[in-house]
Design a protein around this ligand. Structure first.
Ligand code: ADP
Ligand code: ASP
Ligand code: MG
Length: 235
């Protein structure tokens, strides 16, 4: 079974037109003979809105409850996208962090992944061609929902690729690669054909949010090849 992990960020899932572009990327991978694990973020702005809502309800909101609330952003993305895929005749289902499970420590708001049941995912891929997995979320050993820190869906995707073994990971976003600096801030930014894990770690630690730093740490540790691409072109 050849498996590809494709992650799509908040701007890529913002509305139904964009989700149809995501569907095209997934269909192209199916046509190339892959089973696909799609990892989705919440739609752009959703996580911030949920955080603001929590702040209105309590002066010092319980961190475990905040994580449970934040996880609903990704839950909405994966359930809607699974419906869209099924409506186009694709054998797909949504999967939440606790359903795999993706087990984390209990550092609510910035949890670290401890383990992922890759065998369970492979078993599900015998029945489904596409698993649409909620990014950014996990579950503690005693069953509480956690989130992985802002931008954490990148880490979900790379960690899933590592857990599935010899699996590549495509990160689809609103820029078509890693640049020497933020291309939205600096017109002379150049796109890099390749970048090694250590250099990418350095860029991420200096604020290049195109990849969450922990995703690069995972990629380095488990030797996962990561491709950064745009949802909106074929570069
Ligand atoms: P997503 O919601 O898809 O995860 P992010 O907003 O988290 O997307 O990351 C993509 C953004 O990262 C780009 O829009 C870009 O402005 C920014 N960025 C910062 N540094 C870089 C860089 N060196 N190369 C590419 N993009 C960068
Ligand atoms: N939705 C989360 C965030 O906005 C995770 C992600 O997008 O990667 O940070
Ligand atoms: Mg991001």
């Amino acid at each position: 079974m050849r498996i590809l992990v494709q992650k799509f960020g908040g701007t890529s899932v913002a509305d139904i037109d964009r989700l149809n572009m995501v569907r095209e990327k997934v269909t192209a991978a199916l046509d190339r003979g892959y089973k696909v694990v799609v990892v989705l973020s919440a739609r752009a702005g959703k996580t911030n809105k949920l955080l603001a809502q929590a702040a209105r309800w309590a002066d010092d909101p319980d961190l475990a409850e905040v994580d449970s609330l934040l996880s609903t952003g990704e839950q909405a993305s994966v359930t809607l996208f699974s419906m869209l895929l099924k409506g186009h005749g694709i054998k797909a289902r949504s999967v939440l962090g606790w359903q795999i499970p993706i087990t984390t420590d209990n550092a609510f708001g910035a949890a670290r992944i401890r383990s992922i049941d890759g065998d369970h995912l492979r078993k599900m891929l015998e029945t489904y061609d596409v698993l649409v997995v909620a990014g950014f979320q996990g579950v503690t050993e005693d069953g509480r929902i956690t989130t992985l820190g802002r931008g954490g869906s990148d880490t979900s995707a790379v960690a899933l690729a590592a857990a599935l073994g010899s699996c590549e990971c495509e990160i689809y976003t609103d820029v078509d690669g890693v640049y020497t600096t933020d291309p939205n801030m600096c017109s002379t930014a150049r796109k890099l054909d390749r970048i090694c894990y250590d250099e990418m770690l350095e860029m991420a630690s200096m604020g290049a949010k195109v990849l969450q730093i922990r995703s690069v740490e995972f990629a380095k540790k488990y030797n996962v090849p990561v491709h950064v691409r745009s949802t909106f072109n074929n570069n």
